[in-house]
Design a protein around this ligand. Structure first.
Ligand SMILES: [Zn+2]
Length: 454
């Protein structure tokens, strides 16, 4: 490029950017973007407490909850008023274990399908996710960065995304979805299709792990996800195996901590969990085959346990006689045991769903949360999916994509809010039917749904 053409290119750039932004607004079905919204006469579940507040007013300005008061707040010009009529105002829900790119496609489509199609399908699912009241998700594996940018720039409505990017695994580990026909791979040779699309990356030494971790951070990962032990859905990954070595896990932890963030690992067994903790991992996903000694260790070290009350339908979805079904049959009985140990040892527990490859199951996202009442009160379950999950998100530090406090209704927090028709602390099943019971859905101060008018 000559210096003249470079200069005209640089001059043209802002114009291109302006053009793209207005095109995005024209096509993106933008939310009603009031600069201020006043909720009157609402009872607040604040994301922590066991009971609702007295009738209150809540003023949102820009994307922040500016004021909460039991006394009336004066209506300034230009403020949109929403009459709550005693309904419940609560924080937007947070799913701490979600794979936004892996809900609508089949497993084969997710690897071999057209990338553009997969992103558009994931965009539609992201809109549905937001309309279920989930204003934030922690994405623990998948080629998520494009979808996240499209949501953040207002092209497609969807939740806030805390992205991990590609799942980092070992040869034959959970997340290695290659076929045996793709082996052996030349060392330093071609990437597999799965790796090219950014779904998961295979790394078999500390050096390779560092490269793959740093690549995810460079793309905007807010935390790093590795698979430290076998998994149910992977064809060549037995449940009982430990995959990474401690040195490999430590390499990931160092690279993440150099960037001020943390590593979370998929792990079921005591051996896999204990090795991960020794390497400095800050969060364990699932942990369903852990024993009492491991539960004690998790509690002692202050490590997070990210649990999912996986529904029976997910287990039954694996064909009888398949390797995956046999593994699911081994893991599922551990779910209840693990929840009981998490309570017994007061482990810091996050909640998520881990829905994979099923739009129908994704529609049960709220119902899966409500199913926590097997072990918790409705208030405890809802606090886990709001205030507590937000504490886990905060581990990302400066790598958090969104400045501000999430998961709570308090002055100065980000305005991600749901107005619920009824009291979910008395009837948590209200959460399971969001189309009917969520009258207002607000994310980042913008109203995405309002069936009350105002
Ligand atoms: Zn998962």
């Amino acid at each position: 490029m000559t210096s003249i053409s470079r200069r005209s290119f640089v001059v043209a750039l802002p114009l291109i950017a302006v053009g793209l932004a207005s095109a995005a607004r024209a096509q993106g079905d933008p939310p009603a973007n009031a600069s201020a919204t006043l909720f009157q006469n609402v009872r607040i579940f604040d994301g922590k407490s066991g009971s609702l507040s007295a009738p209150s007013s809540v003023l949102v300005k820009g994307n922040i909850i500016e004021r909460i008061s039991t006394a009336p707040i004066a209506v300034e010009p230009g403020v949109v008023v929403i009459a709550g009529n005693g309904r419940t105002l609560m924080p937007g829900l947070i799913d701490a274990h979600w794979h936004a790119m892996l809900i609508r496609p089949t497993p084969v489509q997710s690897v071999n399908g057209d990338v553009g199609y997969n992103n558009i399908a994931a965009g539609a699912e992201a809109t549905d996710t937001l309309m279920r009241g989930f204003t934030t998700i922690r994405d623990v594996g998948g080629p998520i960065f494009g979808l996240k940018s499209a949501i953040d720039s207002g092209i497609v409505p969807g939740p806030r995304i805390y992205p991990s990017g590609a799942i980092i695994t070992v040869t034959s580990g959970h997340g290695d979805f290659r076929q045996l026909s793709e082996l052996p791979r030349t060392i330093g040779g071609m990437l597999s299709r799965m790796e090219q699309v950014g779904g998961s990356m295979v790394a078999d030494s500390p050096d390779e792990v560092r490269v793959r971790v740093r690549e995810q951070l460079m793309q905007g990962a807010s935390q790093i996800k590795l698979t430290a032990g076998g998994g149910v859905s992977s064809p060549f990954s037995p449940i009982d195996v430990v995959t990474f070595t401690e040195a490999e896990l430590r390499a990931a932890v160092e690279a993440a901590e150099n960037w001020g963030t943390y590593v979370t690992v998929h792990a079921f067994t005591p051996a896999a969990i204990q090795q991960a903790i020794a390497a400095g991992v800050k969060c364990i996903e699932h942990g369903f085959l852990m024993d009492e000694a491991t539960a004690k260790l998790i509690a002692e070290k202050g490590v997070w346990l990210s649990l999912q009350p996986l529904p029976e339908d997910l287990r039954l979805g694996f064909p009888v006689g398949s390797v995956q079904r046999a593994k699911a049959d081994e893991v599922w009985p551990g779910i209840a045991r693990t929840y009981e140990m998490a309570k017994k040892y007061k482990i810091k527990t996050a909640w998520g769903t881990d829905v994979l490859f099923s739009q129908a199951l994704a529609q049960q996202q709220g119902a899966i949360l409500a199913s926590l009442v097997r072990w918790y009160s409705p208030a405890e379950a809802l606090a886990m999916a709001t205030g507590t999950n937000a504490e886990l998100l905060a581990l990302s530090g400066k790598r958090s994509p969104y400045a501000g406090k999430l998961g709570v209704v308090e002055q100065g927090a980000l305005a991600d809010l749901l107005l619920v028709d009824g009291n979910p602390l008395e009837n948590i099943n209200l959460i399971a039917d969001p189309a009917k019971n969520f009258k207002v859905i607000m994310k980042d101060g913008k109203v995405y749904k309002n069936t009350l008018g105002g």
